[in-house]
Design a protein around this ligand. Sequence first.
Ligand code: AFP
Length: 330
Amino acid sequence: MKNKIITIERFLLEKQPVYAHGELTSILYDLALAAKIIASQTQRAGLLDILGFADNVNVQGEEQRKLDVYADDVIYQLNNHTGRLCAMVSEEREDIIPIPMDHPKGKYILVYDPLDGSSNIDTNISIGTIFGVYQTLNYDKRGSLEDCLQPGKNLIAAGYILFGTSTMLVYSAGEGVHGFTLDPAWGEFILSEENMRFPDPPQFFSFNHAITNRLPKYMHQYIHWLLTMEKPKLTHRYVGSMVADFHRNMIHGGVFGYPAEATKPDGKIRLLYEAAPLAYLAKQAGGYGSDGTQSLLEITPTNIHQRVPVFIGNRFLVEKAEEFMAMGSS
Ligand code: AFP
């Protein structure tokens, strides 16, 4: 074997800050297990007749695919009885998820989007799970709504699992961003990217051009700036799964944007379990996430499913969006 092989277990035990040992480390193990279980289903999606719409519509009014429901359930079942969490929030569930009274409670809150980009499932395009971990504000009580409505700057860990050409778990517990690739033969996540950083110069920008006509003038100006920049010259790439767009841009450099539209003043992306965890990772990787006026990490959600405009990636590309927005609204 050419290189040193480091499993996620060994990495978490040896390389993480002291405060990330113990319970938080165990939560990350549980998410790694969830990743393997969900990956085994996503890889067989076309075979298992698991595709197609489930019978219900989620709280966002979007039709849930069966794999969303499955992924949501796997994460819930693996985490509801461990004594590490005091509440969870999922994109697929309307209210905060309490820990059942017959199980012990812990001090952490897990927020997650079980399958981001799920409208891509039936076309075999990358999808992913996004997660964030907060600490409870009140150790004596079981988790409350207040515990869940924390700004991203309070996150103590965040990450995503990408189901693409391979399955990757990428996370940070406050000391850099690290990526692990699942070896399907061994059933182990192996360290494949240590200390991921947005490279400079960046290569890509990722916007849905189909909504451009509905965007304000300053957004047209910003997109024109991205399109016509000479140094570096950027190429447009857009998957339609934010987690996949984010991952590509963190590897090659770039910016992902989902701005506000006149009819959707808060944009499309959810703050608590999509934008904030990715903004936390971006910061750890030397990048930046903004709603166009301020850091996404500074925004305190007022409801768990709140949406927010998003610009995330290399810092100077995101700050330029803020500049255009400031000029447009002055
Ligand atoms: P789904 O999980 O419903 O597919 O939504 C994913 C998402 O919120 C985000 O991951 C994508 O970047 C964005 O939607 C794509 O939306 P458009 O199709 O409007 O570009």
